[in-house]
Ligand binder design. Structure first.
Ligand SMILES: C[S@@+](CC[C@H](N)C(=O)[O-])C[C@H]1O[C@@H](n2cnc3c(N)ncnc32)[C@H](O)[C@@H]1O
Length: 294
C-alpha cells in the first residue's frame, strides 16, 4: 500500500466514523482490510483504495469503516459504572423525576454486553424501580456487531469475563456451547444502527448516556463535538457515563464531574445540591464538581 493510499484510508475513516488512525498503523490496516478486499473481489489493497476513490462507493466505505472498528467489550466492564447506576443514578432519578420514564442510551454498544449489563443491573434493583418505565436504546456504527448484540448469544469465554455466576444462571440459557441472554432481558433493549457523528435529534432526550470506550479512538475536536452534542441530548438532571480512560475535562464546559464518582458527569445546566449554609459567596468555576445525590 502506498503512503498516498494509506492517507486516503485514514482520511476516509476519520470523515465517516471519527476514528483516528495513527500514521504508523499500516500493518493493522493491512491485516483488517486485506480479507475484506479479497471478499469484495479485489486482488490487493491498492485495488480496493482505487475503487473507493473512483466509484465513491458508500457501501464499500461502510465495510472498510466497520472492519477498522474495535468492538472489544465485556459484561459489567469496569464494574464502577454499574455501581454508579445502582447507587447514584437510579436513586437520584427516581427521586427527582416526575415523568415515570427513564431513558438510557448505550451510544457505542458493540456486541451488546454493556446494554444487557444495564438491563440486568436494573432488573436486579427489583422494587426500587417498580412502576418505572425503563427504555434502553443501544446503538453502534457497525451493523455486524449489532447483529451479534441482537442475538444475545455469547461464548463461554465471553460470559466468564465479568459476569457473576449467579447472574449467568439467572439470566442466561445454555444453548450448546454458548449462552443466550434471557428473553425478558433482551426485550428491555432496543438496538439501532447509529453513527455518533450524526445529528442526535432523531433519538430524543435521555436521562442516562453510556458513551464508553469509543471517544478514545476519536480526535480531540471530534471528542469535543460529540460531548457538546451529548450535553444537549441529556436531560438537565441526567447523567453521562464515560469509559475508565476517558474524560470530559479539558474538552468541554458542557459537563461537570460528579464528586467521588469516577467517569460520571452531569450536564453543566444541572444545579449542584449545595446545602444553604455552604452556598458559595463567589461565582463557582466553570468546571465544578457536584455531589451525586440530589
Ligand atoms: C470498544 S467498543 C466499546 C463497547 C462498549 N461501550 C464498552 O465499553 O464495552 C467501541 C464501539 O464503538 C463503535 N464505534 C466506533 N465509531 C463509532 C461511531 N462514529 N459511532 C458509533 N459507534 C462507533 C465501534 O463499532 C465499537 O463497537
Amino acid at each position: 500500500m502506498t503512503p498516498l493510499d494509506y492517507d486516503f484510508l485514514r482520511k476516509g475513516l476519520k470523515q465517516h466514523s471519527g476514528l483516528v488512525l495513527a500514521a504508523d498503523k499500516h500493518y493493522l490496516v493491512e491485516s483488517r482490510l486485506l480479507p475484506l478486499a479479497r471478499n469484495a473481489g479485489f486482488s490487493n489493497l491498492a485495488e480496493l483504495v482505487e475503487a473507493l476513490r473512483t466509484r465513491r462507493d458508500a457501501a464499500l466505505m461502510a465495510c472498510v469503516v466497520e472492519a477498522m472498528t474495535t468492538s472489544e467489550s465485556s459484561f459489567f466492564r469496569d464494574r464502577t459504572p454499574f455501581e454508579h447506576l445502582r447507587r447514584t443514578i437510579i436513586p437520584a432519578l427516581t427521586t427527582s423525576h416526575r415523568r415515570g420514564v427513564i431513558r438510557i442510551w448505550c451510544a457505542a454498544a458493540a456486541t451488546g454486553q454493556e446494554p444487557y449489563s444495564v438491563a440486568i443491573c436494573l432488573k436486579e434493583m427489583g422494587r426500587q424501580i417498580a412502576g418505572w418505565q425503563i427504555e434502553i436504546l443501544a446503538t453502534d456504527l457497525s451493523n455486524d456487531v449489532l447483529k451479534r448484540a441482537r442475538a444475545g448469544m455469547y461464548s463461554q469465554f465471553e460470559v466468564q469475563r465479568g459476569l457473576p455466576v449467579k447472574l449467568l444462571i439467572k439470566y442466561f440459557t445454555q444453548v450448546g456451547e454458548r449462552w443466550q441472554v434471557a428473553p425478558e432481558i433482551r426485550a428491555m433493549v432496543k438496538f439501532r444502527q447509529f453513527n455518533l457523528l450524526a445529528d442526535f435529534a432523531s433519538l430524543g432526550t435521555f436521562d442516562v448516556v453510556f458513551c464508553r470506550n469509543v471517544l478514545i479512538y476519536f480526535a480531540q475536536e471530534t471528542k469535543t463535538d460529540v460531548l457538546d452534542r451529548l450535553a444537549k441530548a441529556i436531560s438537565s438532571d441526567g447523567y453521562l457515563v464515560l469509559g475508565a480512560a476517558e474524560t470530559a475535562i479539558g474538552l468541554t464546559d458542557a459537563f461537570k464531574m460528579v464528586i467521588d464518582k469516577p467517569g460520571l458527569y452531569m450536564p453543566h445546566t444541572a444545579r449542584a445540591r449545595v446545602p444553604a449554609q455552604q452556598t458559595p459567596k463567589y461565582p463557582r468555576p466553570r468546571l465544578v464538581a457536584i455531589s451525586g445525590g440530589r
